[in-house]
Design a protein around this ligand. Structure first.
Ligand code: NDP
Length: 420
């Protein structure tokens, strides 16, 4: 049996077998096309960004999911969606051609309802590389000074903002004012005040604001949500979320208060915050939190290293979560009810997501999260589709209110009431 808890399990992942229900699936060791794709992605990543341990973490968990090497388990976005939509694709420009922007762009190659058509970047050499790689016309290329001109471009429907957190607020508002739909990466903003301004600006401009909550489209996650809604766990009593990794390079923007807005909580702890909501199906009423710091040089004032927080829900259910930049192997969710449980590990990495419930292994298909997300977001924006779990600005605003309250609880040592 594949051990979730084995530290090296993800690295040697595709050499191992995974047992899914009663069937055993052997993961193919690198087909030729997988190797080509993988090498080119790694090349692009090294070209565009500095290696950091967050990416290491997510990639170890991912075990090269973007390369889609698993014949029997992998279902592309389109198969997973079971779509019949035949209309136009959502034409997207990516802003910020960094690590995650690159991952999204690669995943979008397999989209049926979304297409990468433009870029916004501060680096002309990246723009040229992306133009040739993704066949992007020069008229769809912008920099941070001139991207407001996207308003005059009828060939771009939406801009996907994938820049450091501290830039999201102004960039999203500028895109909205240019009359384009916006997809923004998590965390949507640095705090709820900024988030509210972004929501208001998009409403005023009559454009959609969606946030990159890729787990809201992940099949095993959706199965747990389905089971919970069907009452299969009984009364929900407890959620535990563990989210963390050891962060590397001390000079990266993720450790810069202005650009990151905080530390681990903004970046990785948000998965446990958001997860506690979609796993329990409730909005928390209160929060308590405690911060610990072992390295005040690396984690300066306002940049949190480790925070434990607790949430209380209207039903009486409680959540206990850990967010950290100083511990590896933390990516797990546990949901406990009066009649059953669900345990997921990895719970939020790029995949494969793995888990089981009191009824057995979760055997839903492995998908490339960003491919499914972008096809689904196309359907949300162009066809008004309602996702099972919301991915709009209001949803992100709730996480930001909880984040504000967690920081307040750390500062004051008090229990903070929430009104989401
Ligand atoms: P990177 O540092 O790898 O890339 C960010 C890009 O933003 C840069 O390459 C650069 O692109 C652009 N940029 C503009 N201004 C700045 C600046 N002052 N400093 C640094 N970069 C700048 O970050 P990630 O791609 O890892 O993260 C970007 C966003 O995506 C974050 O909000 C993060 O939380 C989110 N994210 C979400 C994930 C998910 O699973 N949903 C996973 C990883 C990240 P250019 O040179 O083209 O201008």
């Amino acid at each position: 049996m594949f051990s979730y808890r084995n530290k090296e399990s993800c690295i040697i992942f595709y050499k191992r077998k995974i047992e899914v229900n009663n069937g055993t699936y052997f993961l193919r060791v690198c087909s030729q096309s997988f190797l080509c794709k993988f090498i080119s992605i790694v090349f692009l990543h090294y070209k565009t960004t500095v290696m950091n341990s967050r990416r290491d973490f997510l990639q170890k968990i991912a075990a090269a999911t973007i390369a889609v090497p698993f014949s029997s388990q992998v279902t592309t976005a389109c198969k997973a969606n079971n779509k019949s939509y035949d209309g136009p694709a959502l034409r997207v420009a990516i802003m910020g051609l960094g690590s995650y922007g690159t991952r999204v762009a690669e995943a979008m190659r397999d989209c049926k309802d979304a297409k990468l058509v433009g870029v916004i970047s501060g680096h002309p050499e990246k723009i040229s590389a992306w133009q040739s790689r993704y066949n992007i016309p020069v008229k769809n290329c912008y920099n941070y000074e001139n991207f407001d001109n996207v308003k005059d471009n009828p060939d771009i429907d939406a801009v996907y903002v994938i820049t450091p957190n501290g830039l999201h607020h102004d960039e999203v508002i500028r895109v909205a004012k240019a009359g384009k739909h916006v997809i923004c990466e998590k965390p949507m903003a640095l705090n709820a005040k900024q988030g509210q301004e972004m929501v208001n600006a998009c409403k005023k401009a009559n454009v959609r604001l969606l946030v990159g909550y890729r787990m809201h489209f992940e099949p095993k996650t959706l199965e747990v949500i389905r089971m919970r809604k069907a009452g299969e766990f009984g009364k929900i009593l407890f959620f535990q979320g563990l989210s963390g990794f050891v962060i590397g390079d001390p000079t990266q923007w993720r450790l810069n208060k202005e650009l990151a807005g905080g530390g681990a909580l903004m970046d990785i702890g948000i998965y446990s915050i958001n997860g506690s909501r979609y796993m329990t199906g409730e909005e928390p009423l209160w929060v308590t939190a405690q911060e610990t710091k072992t390295d005040p040089v690396k984690f300066k004032e306002g940049v949190d290293e480790t925070i434990q927080f607790q949430l209380g829900f209207p039903s009486g259910a409680v959540a206990s979560c850990l967010s950290t930049y100083s511990m590896n192997n933390l990516d797990s969710f546990f949901l406990n009810g009066s009649q059953g449980f669900a345990e997921m590990q990895p719970a939020t990495g790029y995949g494969p997501i793995m888990g089981h419930t009191h009824k057995g292994e979760l055997a839903q298909p492995v998908v490339t999260h960003q491919t499914v997300q972008m096809d689904e977001m196309s359907a949300i924006i162009l066809q008004g589709k309602q996702p099972v779990v919301p991915v709009d600005g209001e949803e992100a605003l709730k996480d930001l209110r909880i984040i504000d309250a967690i920081y307040e609880a750390c500062r004051s040592g008090k229990k903070i009431n929430l009104n989401l």
